[in-house]
Ligand binder design. Structure first.
Ligand SMILES: [Ca+2]
Length: 506
């Protein structure tokens, strides 16, 4: 491993020399679905600043994560490896002694920083500076951890993380390029907006997605059995219902944890009781209003960071990336959260502005996956991709020149079963036109033709007309599984959880 690392760093010096390498600003939010970004065709909100980034850079429309939950995606992004090789299949502690892109860039002379949500249990390694939220962190007056200790900062988390990112940039050494990972907590559950954006969406009527009332006909048991349903599983806390006066502590948390089947609301001064369909429709609105208000704050803060770069002469030599650790169900298939290998959950927004190198305004349809991010940062910094990273650099795609042998399929695997939402473990393959999913503990399968059925409503696994396609895709699934060296390392046993406390010093 050490040999590889030394060789890569030495290679960097010959490739690019020490001067003139671009800065890298990687902005990542948590659970921000691509379909809640204007540039991605959102029907539910407007995001002028993210759209500005998209129009001045490249917008990837087929960027996918390989395991759609928080900590695993983060571990994959910094290592360039699938969960079964970086050791984070669920919410377990990341072993920070392994090689990461931050370590490679730091060794190659980059000034490296990590600000915001880390959520990997161990302390960040490979960063000259870090200021992270403990575990999930909170939205208001959040506590932060640094190598020097902890502190609470008054205010709203998305504003504060942006402030801290700007402080990092202001105080950086001027003789080095920087690599900054700026990770927002928002718009993760419990979707607590700041007051200004809450007011902006209060009472807004958000269009419902076409699959909100999906009846799951033709699907396997997994989607029926999961508890991530907007109508059934949002709690009083999620819906921001006001607890009775006098309740506090454990009693209040218990009240908040209830999934209500009846809700009293006040409309024009009169009390109304909602049940059944009217309650379901109201729950969707309450969920999206708060989620989108959290997104609006991110959009504004991305704009603030872009403006700061431009005003400080850094716009032209800084690669700015915006993504989210995975997608999210915005009522699609009646769901919230992520986890499933369905499109809304696996698709990541991925916007890249790189003046003079990336083709401005390009919409890139080639398939990107989150193990590609680390190799991309390596190439931007003039470094070769280490042999043990599993992704490929996206730099040719940024230039509009995908290599002829670029991937047309990718392998996915989700392990957290039953997890927080009774979501079954599964693996699968997605090609440019088809998808095959296997819930391996039950031997249940789903097969979709994405060209005819982009909303994945018709599981054709048992359709006689599709048997040849299913068989072909099974071969591809097992070819990819072998190629990525998945030997079922975590198929039935997962490491203990460990990401939600204070990061432990080794
Ligand atoms: Ca997430």
């Amino acid at each position: 491993m050490l040999m590889t690392w030394v060789a890569v760093v030495a290679g960097a010096m010959t490739l690019a020399g020490a001067q003139g390498r671009p800065n890298i600003l990687f902005i990542m939010s948590d659970d921000h679905a691509a379909h809640a970004i204007g540039a991605y065709g959102s029907r539910v909100n407007r995001t002028p600043n993210l759209d500005r980034l998209a129009s001045s850079g490249v917008r990837f429309v087929n960027c996918f994560c390989v395991n759609s939950i928080c900590s695993p995606s983060r571990a994959t992004i910094i290592t360039g490896k699938y969960s079964h090789l970086n050791g984070v299949p669920t919410f377990n502690r990341f072993d920070g002694s392994q090689p990461t892109v931050a370590k490679y860039l730091q060794a190659a002379g980059y000034h490296t920083g990590m600000i915001g949500k880390w959520h990997l249990g161990s302390e960040p390694t490979g960063f000259d500076q870090w200021t992270i939220l403990p575990g999930q962190g909170v939205y208001y007056n959040p506590a932060f951890l640094t190598p020097q200790g902890g502190r609470v900062i008054e205010g709203y988390v998305t504003d504060i993380i942006t402030d801290l990112a700007i402080d990092f940039l202001k105080n950086r050494p001027r003789d080095k390029p920087f690599f900054l990972m700026c990770h927002h907590k928002a718009p993760h559950r419990p979707w607590d907006p700041d007051e200004r954006h809450r007011a902006m969406f209060a009472g807004a009527k958000i269009p419902e997605p076409p699959t909100l009332r999906d009846d799951y006909a033709t699907r396997t048991d997994a989607i029926r059995e999961c508890t991530q349903k907007v109508f059934k599983d949002l709690t009083r806390r999620d819906l921001k219902l006001e607890p009775p006066a006098g309740l506090s502590g454990a009693a209040r948390n218990q009240w908040w944890g209830v999934k209500p089947t009846e809700v009293q609301i006040r409309v024009d001064g009169t009390s109304q009781t909602l049940t059944g369909d009217s309650l379901n429709a109201w729950k969707y609105q309450r969920y999206l209003q708060d989620y989108l208000a959290c997104v609006q704050s991110i959009d504004e803060n991305v704009g603030r960071l872009l403006n700061w770069l431009d005003q400080n002469g850094l716009g032209s030599n800084t690669v700015v990336i915006y993504t989210s650790d995975q997608g999210f169900f915005l009522g699609d298939h009646g769901l919230y959260d992520k986890r499933f290998m369905y499109e809304d959950s696996i698709r990541m927004p991925f916007l890249v502005r790189w003046p003079g190198a990336a083709k401005a305004g390009l919409v890139q349809e080639a398939m990107a996956i989150n193990p590609d991010f680390a190799p991309t940062f390596m190439e931007i910094a003039g470094l070769n991709t280490p042999a043990d990273m599993q992704g490929r650099s996206l730099v040719p795609l940024l230039k509009g020149e995908p290599p002829a042998d670029w991937r047309t399929s990718y392998y996915y695997r989700y392990y957290h079963d039953p997890g927080d939402h009774n979501t079954r473990a599964h693996y699968g393959v997605r090609t440019t036109t088809r998808k095959l999913i296997c819930f391996w503990k039950k031997d249940q399968w789903e097969f979709y033709d994405l060209t005819k059925d982009p909303n994945e409503l018709h599981n054709l696994y048992n359709d006689p007309a599709e048997q040849e396609s299913v068989a072909k895709l099974k071969l591809e699934l097992f070819r990819l599984k072998k190629e990525v060296k998945d030997d079922d390392q975590y198929a039935y046993e997962q490491p203990p959880p460990g990401v939600d406390g204070q990061p432990a010093r080794k």
